[in-house]
Design a protein around this ligand. Sequence first.
Ligand SMILES: *Cc1c(COP(=O)(O)O)cnc(C)c1O
Length: 386
Amino acid sequence: MIPFNVPPYAGPEMECLEKAAKINRKICGDGEFTKKVSAWLEERTQASRVFLTTSCTSALEMAAHLSGIGEGEEVIMPSYTFVSTADCFVLRHAVPVFVDIRPDTMNIDERKIEDAITDKTRVIAVVHYAGVACEMDTILDIARRHHLMVIEDNAQGILSTYKGHPLGTIGDFGCLSFHETKNYSMGEGGALQMRDPDRIEDAEILREKGTNRSKFFRGQIDKYTWMNYGSSYLPSELNAAYLYAQLTVADEIFKWRMDRWNEYREQLAPLAEDGRIELPVIPEDCTHNAHMFYIKCRDLEERQALIGFLKEKDILAVFHYIPLHISPAGRRFGRFHGEDEYTTKESERLLRLPMYYGLTADQVSYICACVKEFYDKQGRQAAANR
Ligand SMILES: *Cc1c(COP(=O)(O)O)cnc(C)c1O
């Protein structure tokens, strides 16, 4: 069986774990490995500060809290996303206002945002689907004119760029994920990317249970105390050590995924040229990180048939988000603004093919051959029916 995802294991993980546990004798948060990971991410994503967290969900909760959004206020976001993009705002009793996506990138349609703004809107939350950037210049311009904050759900976008700028530090806050399904992993984990230095102290206090303990550890004050509301968002050194090991070979993992992505694209191009499937679109101003390779089938029925066909060939291909606005919680907590022209339709057509560090070129060729076989068969059936 070719699985859909295998969590990355690069080699140096055990050595780093052993260093944390046996040599450093520090397994709670903010030790050597947390510092190294944060420094690496700050450099590579041009963030003024990066805080490692227990998940992207908790980074989103921090960002929502720091945005100051309150009860009854609104946040504009796509409906085609993971639940955490919305949950972190619902926790603050804010209202998710969903707008449609663009069919080419599956990202929020920047042309439909402004119409959804009311006097209660405080935040625009964007999702860089498959590590491909949203149209950020337009979104930042709207945010500036309406005095809104921009939060980037950057769970999938590590090392991707928009007009040369790394994702996650274009808006006010970026939220990365290091869940085992992401390009680099620590099992469960994430990070908050900060653009503006003047919010760093608030974030530090929020992450450290509401105390100024970080300042204390830096020797800037002689005792620490409760300063504000806070929670515990820092992950263990063991998780950080696992992630750090992967970041030491980040470029190798990146290249591995990109090679497979390009092979998929090349081998499936003939099917796309024949109009049988659609392939992902990378806008000219964007570079991506090969987080995901998806195709689009004609409709839901064809996609389900292809999933079944590939399963018989021992290949696990999977669909993705059920739009939030049609879920029970989405209906209760939020609303869709405007027409759902693409969100539901495009989500029903989308199929993700296996993609992970360790997937081989031969496996990709086999998967592409099976997809072709499916469409060849379909073509013959259609001809026989005519
Ligand atoms: C994976 C993912 C998340 C959640 O990440 P966790 O680290 O599991 O909390 C949130 N948003 C998007 C778009 C994701 O892909």
